[in-house]
Ligand binder design. Structure first.
Ligand SMILES: Cc1cc2nc3c(=O)[nH]c(=O)nc-3n(C[C@H](O)[C@H](O)[C@H](O)COP(=O)(O)OP(=O)(O)OC[C@H]3O[C@@H](n4cnc5c(N)ncnc54)[C@H](O)[C@@H]3O)c2cc1C
Length: 740
């Protein structure tokens, strides 16, 4: 019999973490090492976050939900640092050309590192402009981008601020964005002239409303001469009512302004985002409000996911400092003693919990930045596809959907061909194929980043707060961790709460183009595991296989009453499966980022010395996270796969042995009595349990996978121990670089 040698004999002491990850390391991990412009932007955003924003929080800026001068000064700091200009192109006063998803994500990361409300105040301006950016006419884009850009040197004007107004007072728009009460009517339409519209809209919880100069508002037709819904642009000076309403009494994100506005304004029809056509005397907006918000949210939700990731990673340093210094000053904690040097870090649980917080932070940052990068890749392709449709005369949503469906079918076939097969070549050269493949990834990465980062992030943030003891829930807590915990819940709620993301995932995760790529990721993880067994990639591959098996099973099996399992109304099936997918996506992105750091970091002299230790530590975090992801997937899938079968009952007891049968057989097969389970006695008595044990014939493959996954967890706790030890030794700065 062959003996198996452990990959890492205990006596070998691997290099470990020396300092907290540097900016250079992060640039490699999150894929912007070649973007000097983004690196500079990140530094500018950090200076604002850890300077004026941190001081504002420390001075009690969050104690009021009113919009104050001090909060307004924060917006000016955004303007001066270039944060406001990130969204625009250079010709409109912006910083740089090209897609801005990663750039906005990095700004959000830096601001949310200190305060989520500050990040939201900045992002809400982009959200207001986003409908115009995604679907506006070129005139609309030029006008509002220029108005919203910070003043150039020598210009005497204040930049316009915007708000995005979709949500309405109950019982209208919330999660269900189709229930619009805001109305659009034609009040004046002279022959040959542009119609004049009356817009009535009430908003609920609208960010930036305390100071917005323009609003992009979702409204429905209230006039038989207007077809459908649209987004319309309102300006402060339009004739009528522009009432900002009362500020929302928020317990979170107090550095942003939120309120319930009321609008009743007269505007020209040219304010309809994307324009309109006139057909038989009917005004038809080119884009419905749903078309626009779909294009907007699929990008802006990524940045929200980034915000919660930043909170988790920002908690690491304050927690380490608190744990280490916990007993210093006590008579019994003399310098050199374990109590003095390690403090709470002498206790394994304190370290292990911090490992979990850190690992979650790494995974969520990797997931959200991967999504942002995908959108940067997708944006130009999307424009090319639009141009192609025009060139081919593909007009209308139906024709476009057909074109993309056919491309999807081809892409799914080609992706399955083995790497190197010459027939795969169109996957690189054919625009439509590249687009559908990438689009299918964006369709899951965005909702996954929003859902998992904010939802699980909020839970994990509670752990971070708990690690600071009572301090964690005071205003004095370094790193403002208590605030961040509450703020995370808002991030899980706005721009569509978890149900919205789960609903979207339950559709997009069954896209065959995605699934063929997902199957390849299983192989990719196994291949990674060969070279990097310490990352947990192999366990992740098994968990991915289990998820795929479960999806297929649930799509093709029925419940005990013959009801279809995988269907949109059955959120009890689709939603947990979406959650399980998120764990896998996050853990995969985390592993890939560490591998990029390892391969590219070796060429960077500034990293060289500490790199092996950093990579070992981050790999251990990957292992911890993969194991956790595997456990979550196994738990969720097992419940779904078995939970809809009805447990066999003793009544009738199909398939059970009866004692008199066994007694007869004993004469022919001596000993059979001792092998038989679930035996029913001649008086009907049976073992004291719910029923005969379940025969899982159609789930045997699942059980094998489950057993395999359990084995794949081998080593994950050793990785956690190593990571914990590394945290107890890592050097941190003397003090936090922003005030408490
Ligand atoms: C501070 C703050 C700032 C905001 N900023 C803006 C802004 O700038 N612009 C804007 O337009 N909006 C804004 N919002 C509104 C925000 O987007 C909504 O609150 C959010 O989308 C949820 O809507 P709701 O509050 O009506 O919740 P509801 O729709 O009432 O949902 C309540 C609960 O029911 C669940 N639920 C609802 N429908 C379903 C379903 N179909 N299936 C399963 N579960 C469901 C939800 O998941 C949630 O858990 C902001 C909100 C806050 C608190």
């Amino acid at each position: 019999m062959a003996t198996v040698t452990p990959a890492q004999p205990k006596s070998v002491q691997p290099e470990t973490l020396r300092t907290l990850p540097s900016d250079t390391a992060r640039q490699l991990q999150w894929g912007f090492a070649d973007r000097f412009d983004l690196q500079m932007l990140m530094q500018s955003a950090r200076a604002v976050a850890r300077g004026p924003v941190a001081r504002l929080v420390a001075n009690g800026g969050r104690n009021s939900h009113e919009w104050t001068e001090a909060k307004a000064a924060m917006l000016e700091a955004f303007d001066e640092s270039g944060i406001t200009a990130v969204f625009m192109d250079p010709e409109d006063g912006g910083l740089f050309a090209g897609p801005k998803n990663l750039a906005l994500a990095l700004v959000a990361f830096e601001l949310a590192w200190v305060d989520g409300g500050a990040a939201t105040a900045s992002l809400a301006g982009c959200l207001a402009l986003a409908p115009i950016h995604e679907r506006g006419t070129s005139e609309q884009q030029r006008r509002y981008n220029r108005l919203a850009a910070p003043a150039q040197p020598g210009e005497d004007r204040k930049p316009w601020r915007g708000a995005f107004c979709l949500t309405e007072p109950i019982p209208y728009v919330g999660v269900d964005t189709g229930m619009l009460n805001g109305k659009l009517r034609i009040v004046d339409w002279k022959p040959g002239e542009e119609p004049i519209l009356q817009v009535e809209k009430r908003g609920r919880f609208i960010t930036n409303i305390g100071f917005a100069n323009f609003v992009t508002a979702a409204v429905d037709s209230g006039d038989e001469r207007i077809k459908g819904s649209c987004i319309v642009i309102l300006e402060e000076g339009d004739p009528g009512i522009f009432d900002r309403g009362t500020p929302t009494r928020k317990m979170v994100h107090q550095l942003s302004s939120t309120g319930d506005p009321i609008f009743n304004l007269r505007v020209p029809a040219s304010r309809i985002v994307g324009g309109y056509d006139i057909k038989d005397g009917i005004l038809i907006p080119r884009y419905s409000h749903s078309d626009v918000i779909e294009a907007v949210f699929r990008r802006t939700r990524v940045t929200v996911g980034v915000m919660t990731a930043a909170k988790l990673l920002s908690a690491v340093e304050p927690v380490i400092r608190y744990q280490r210094g916990r007993f210093r000053g006590a008579e019994t904690a003399t310098p050199g003693s374990v109590r003095y040097e390690l403090g709470l870090q002498a206790r394994q649980d304190a370290l292990h919990r911090l490992v979990d917080v850190w690992a979650t932070g790494e995974a969520s940052a990797s997931l959200a930045f991967a999504a942002a990068r995908i959108f940067d890749e997708l944006d130009p392709l999307e424009k090319e596809v639009e141009a192609l449709c025009v060139e081919r005369g593909v007009t209308g949503a139906k024709a476009r959907t057909k074109l993309l469906r056919e491309a999807g079918e081809r892409a799914a076939e080609l992706i399955q061909l083995p790497a190197g097969d010459p027939h795969r070549e169109p996957m690189q050269s054919d625009l439509l194929l590249r687009f559908v493949a990438l689009d299918s990834l964006a369709d899951v990465l965005c909702p996954a980043a929003k859902l998992w980062n904010t939802g699980w992030g909020a839970q994990t943030m509670r752990e971070a707060v708990s690690l600071m003891g009572g301090y964690g829930i005071t205003e004095d807590c370094p790193g403002f961790l208590g605030n961040k915990w509450m703020d995370a819940q808002l991030e899980a709620t706005y721009e569509g709460p978890e149900a919205v993301q789960r609903r979207q995932l339950s559709v997009t995760m069954t896209n065959p183009v995605l699934l063929v790529q997902f199957r390849q990721w299983v192989k990719e993880m196994r291949a990674i595991a060969v070279e990097h067994p310490g990352t947990g990639a192999c366990a992740l591959a098994t968990a991915m296989t289990m998820w795929l098996w479960s999806l297929d099973h649930l799509q093709h099996h029925k419940d005990a009453d013959g009801g279809k399992l995988y269907q949109s109304a059955r959120q009890g099936v689709t939603f947990p499966l979406a959650d399980a997918l998120c764990w896998l996506l996050a853990a995969r992105c985390q592993i890939l980022d560490v591998l990029r750091l390892e391969s590219q970091g070796a060429q960077d002299v500034s990293l060289a010395e500490g790199l092996p230790g950093l990579v070992n530590f981050l790999s251990d975090l990957c292992h911890v996270q993969s194991a956790r992801a595997g456990g979550e997937v196994a738990r969720i899938c097992a419940e779904l796969v078995f939970g809809y079968n009805r447990h066999p009952a003793w009544e009738g007891a199909p398939g059970c042995w009866h004692q008199d049968e066994l007694d007869t057989l004993e004469g022919y097969i001596p000993g059979i009595n001792s092998y038989a389970l679930d035996v029913v006695q001649s008086n009907g008595a049976h073992p004291q349990k719910a029923g005969p044990c379940v025969q899982c014939h159609s789930e045997q493959a699942f059980l094998s996978l489950h057993a395999k996954l359990d084995g794949c967890l081998t080593g994950c706790r050793l990785a956690k121990d190593r990571a914990a030890e590394a945290i107890s030794k890592v050097m941190i700065p003397e003090a936090l670089d922003y005030p408490a």
